[in-house]
Ligand binder design. Structure first.
Ligand SMILES: *Cc1c(COP(=O)(O)O)cnc(C)c1O
Length: 369
């Protein structure tokens, strides 16, 4: 049986006619930068996320950088970020002139532990960037209460959680801005790089547009020194087509997760990911935990089942963050999780037979001892 970790080819096959036509049309119009497709995608994405403004940009990393510029980063500002996430979240704080302050994550939910945030706040703290890691919504109600109390901004990093919800409200609608990545493997992915920021504040939106576009809204205007971060027009056309299928893909991911959880429930050697009460998980990744991760990973690989580790090292322990490096005791959960987490294949094209094949092999691995 052929199992892919993610299956972008099947996704292409599903929408091939529309995608090919959209690419052709963009090329024939020589519409490579900006243009109508960009406006149409931004409108479609803001309406789908329930946001008043969408600013497209080159990738999810730039989206963080642009959002931080617009929300304010005086020199040496401190920004609180989770200790275990994709590198961009923290590296962009440094890039924006600030200092990332790491907060430990939750043992089984993987998201930032909001109870630890208040103790990390100093007079230099300007913001918090919760990450809805693997598609699991962070505790936005509590985080927004803390932010309000201390006068901080909040950027929700939604790169892994397109259309996840807390009660009936989508993630990205709690903070002052939300950032998205359309990296091909994300729940809504382009055929190359792409990103966006959403915000309900019109002034912040204009600041973001200026910063991402050489400091001006129109050609020749340079009110500030900005950067050049654009979504390619071809990618916008592709994304707008894919946007109409994301609800269906979301449901399929949810059913794969539920098949996994049903089949693996009761296996005491592994801890299963869970959906926090009152939330709807986007299941970008289905991440189990086991002390025997490396051996299980090898066994699955021998049987044609690809897995990943997202991410092998908690950020404070990486050599690129020297000030915080090696302080294991401060990031106990993140540090404990990094050696146990294992991401199983996750995409909308996994069939019942495929998930059974995967879960049967996990059972066999633990039974063969
Ligand atoms: C993918 C990702 C990003 C960065 O997105 P790119 O488009 O790859 O730059 C940022 N944060 C998180 C949590 C991500 O998963």
């Amino acid at each position: 049986m052929q199992i892919h970790f993610n299956d972008l080819f099947s996704q292409y096959r599903e929408l091939q006619v529309e995608i090919d036509a959209a690419i052709k049309k963009t090329i024939e119009n020589s519409d490579f930068v900006r243009g109508d497709e960009i406006n149409r995608f931004e409108k479609a994405f803001s309406s789908k996320t329930g946001s008043l403004n969408c600013i497209s940009c080159a990738n999810g990393t730039d989206a963080l950088r642009i959002a931080m510029y617009a929300l304010g980063m005086p020199p040496e500002s401190e920004v609180i970020v989770p200790a275990h996430t994709w590198i961009s979240t923290a590296a962009m704080v440094t890039e924006a002139g600030g200092v990332p302050v790491f907060c430990d994550t939750m043992e089984n939910d993987f998201i930032i532990n909001h109870e630890l945030i208040a103790d990390l706040i100093t007079p230099k703290t300007v913001g918090i960037i919760p990450v809805h890691l693997y598609g699991q919504p962070s505790d936005m109600v509590n985080i927004m209460n803390i932010a309000k109390k201390f006068g901080l901004w909040v950027i929700e990093d939604c790169a892994q959680a397109h259309f996840a919800k807390i009660k009936d409200k989508q993630v990205g609608q709690f903070g002052h801005a939300a950032t998205y990545s359309f990296y091909p493997g994300k729940n809504l992915g382009a055929m190359g790089d792409g990103g966006a920021i959403t915000t309900n504040d019109p002034e912040i939106a204009i600041k973001m547009r200026r910063f991402a576009n050489h400091g001006g809204l129109v050609k020749g205007e340079h009110l500030i020194q900005g950067i050049n971060s654009r979504l390619d027009t071809i990618q916008a056309a592709i994304l707008r087509i894919k946007l109409s299928s994301v609800d269906e893909w979301h449901e399929k991911r949810r059913s794969v997760a539920s098949l996994y959880s049903k089949a693996l429930n009761g296996l005491c050697e592994i801890i299963l990911p869970c959906e926090r009460p009152g939330t709807s998980h986007a299941w970008h990744l289905y991440v189990i935990k086991t002390k025997r991760r490396e051996a299980l990973r090898e066994y699955l690989s021998e049987n044609g089942i690809p897995t990943l580790v997202n991410y092998p090292t908690a950020l404070p322990l990486l050599p690129c963050f020297p000030e915080t490096n090696m302080q294991h005791r401060l990031f106990q959960k993140a540090y404990a999780n990094q050696d146990k987490i294992l991401s199983l294949p996750m995409h909308p094209y996994l069939t019942v037979e495929m998930t059974q094949y995967i879960t049967n092999h996990i059972h066999q691995f633990f039974e063969k001892e």
